[in-house]
Design a protein around this ligand. Structure first.
Ligand SMILES: C[S@@+](CC[C@H](N)C(=O)[O-])C[C@H]1O[C@@H](n2cnc3c(N)ncnc32)[C@H](O)[C@@H]1O
Ligand code: SF4
Length: 396
């Protein structure tokens, strides 16, 4: 399977400046894995290569496998009350002013980012500050902003599309499929009209037991949208035993009660026939669709069965995230793990990010994870960030 490094040549063909900047972010991430990991007394702020922004936790879809609004999603029932905590644009701008000199890549996600009323001015502000801005959206609210997105030069837009209409309705939300397709087409149309290379247009497909048999047809179908990149995300899943072990571990080592991991204990991995999926992914990888196709993690195809059926078997370890990345939640809380907001490092309304990432809570987290077996926590086994940035275990 191809690795994520194949993205760099793709970006190079688009724009040398952008490729250079992304390469510099990746270099910080690579450095975090290569050199001995330092904890207390080190300036970690300087090594932030990737900052995740979640401008809002609100969402207009209810995807079954999602850790926020899925079957066990942590935002279900508290969305309205939590939405009152979304930060105003001015707070985000001040925050951007602080981090921009470090030139990190920024990854905007949610909830659904287009539900944040000031998403457009926020992204423009970040682009104007010279940041590489990537936005991950369900695409349902995007069509009317297409002209501005292209004009404002967002670097990358990742649109979630998991299946054709019937399965899409089953996995995500009924009646929204046409809106996503209209949004994707609008971006492609605007790029052509404005003769623009940006944003790099990517589709992200989460693999579940509902959609995996039809992925080859999906790969074929998305060709007509003139996309640049198609990412197959093998999905974040966990089970009762991993959740219990992580719960005990985090309480004992970091005095933290955890809620987020259980939200991925959905069972949508169950019944995936690893042999069949392996064959499907191999066929996809061997075809030339005219755009780059990636799988996260870039797994040895022979291990596809293990990934879904043996969740307790690590495929990646030695997570580098606490040494090079940070996530800012809609309420200003800072945490390392984007999907697991249980351990809070601090809040950007109260402190500069520099003090937060160099603070005692951050350092204790780093020390604890680096001293844990395999350089990761028991709950990190299929974490998306670990799948992207963890160390490949031999054979996987
Ligand atoms: C939480 S969503 C937020 C952005 C936006 N609402 C969207 O759906 O694209 C971020 C990404 O996570 C993906 N996702 C949802 N559930 C997942 C799971 N269990 N494992 C891995 N990725 C998942 C979504 O499809 C999307 O591409
Ligand atoms: S659209 Fe995104 S945030 Fe909303 S439920 Fe689906 S995956 Fe979760």
């Amino acid at each position: 399977m191809k690795t994520n490094k194949t993205v760099i040549p793709l970006l190079l063909t688009k724009n040398f400046f952008l490729a250079k900047r992304v390469t510099s972010s990746f270099f910080k991430i690579w450095k975090a894995g290569f050199f001995p990991k330092k904890n207390f007394g080190h300036d970690h702020f300087k090594n932030l290569g990737l900052i995740y922004f979640k401008p809002t936790g609100q969402c207009n879809q209810r995807c079954v496998m999602c850790g926020q609004y899925g079957d066990k999603g942590i935002m279900k029932g508290v969305e309205e009350q939590e939405s009152k905590k979304d930060l105003p644009l001015e707070t985000w701008k001040k925050f951007v002013d602080e981090v921009a000199p470090q030139k990190p890549t920024v990854y905007v996600w949610g909830g659904e980012p287009f539900l944040y009323p000031d998403l457009m001015p926020l992204c423009k502000y970040m682009v104007d500050k010279g940041l590489v801005v990537s936005v991950n959206t369900n695409g349902t609210l995007m069509e009317k902003y297409a002209e501005q997105i292209v004009r404002d030069k967002w670097s990358t837009i990742f649109i979630s599309l998991d299946a054709f209409r019937d399965v899409y309705d089953e996995m995500r939300s009924k009646g929204t499929y046409d809106k996503v397709i209209a949004g994707i087409k609008a971006i492609a149309r605007e790029k052509k009209k404005q003769k623009a290379k940006f944003p790099v247009l990517g589709i992200v497909t989460v693999v579940t037991n509902k959609n995996y048999m039809d992925l080859e047809n999906l790969s074929e179908a998305v060709r007509e949208y003139n996309i640049d990149l198609h990412i197959y995300n093998l999905g974040t899943y966990t089970n009762d035993n991993i959740v219990q072990t992580q719960r005990r571990f985090m309480k004992e080592k970091l005095d933290t009660d955890i809620d987020c991991l259980e939200a991925y204990n959905t069972g949508y991995n169950l019944g995936i026939d690893g042999q069949k999926l392996h064959g499907i992914l191999r066929t996809i990888q061997n075809k030339n669709y005219g755009h780059t196709v990636l799988t996260v993690p870039a797994l040895n195809p022979e291990k596809t069965h293990t990934y879904y059926a043996e969740l307790e078997k690590p495929v990646r370890n030695n997570c580098v995230v606490p040494w090079c990345q940070v996530n800012i939640n809609y309420n200003g809380d800072v945490h390392f793990c984007a999907d697991y907001s249980d351990y809070i490092l601090g809040n950007i309304k109260d402190q500069p990010l520099k003090d937060i990432v160099n603070g005692d809570r951050a350092n204790l987290f780093r020390k604890t994870i680096s001293e844990s077996e395999g350089g990761m926590f028991p709950g990190c086994l299929r974490c998306y960030q670990n799948m992207l940035f963890g160390k490949k275990i031999k054979g996987f």
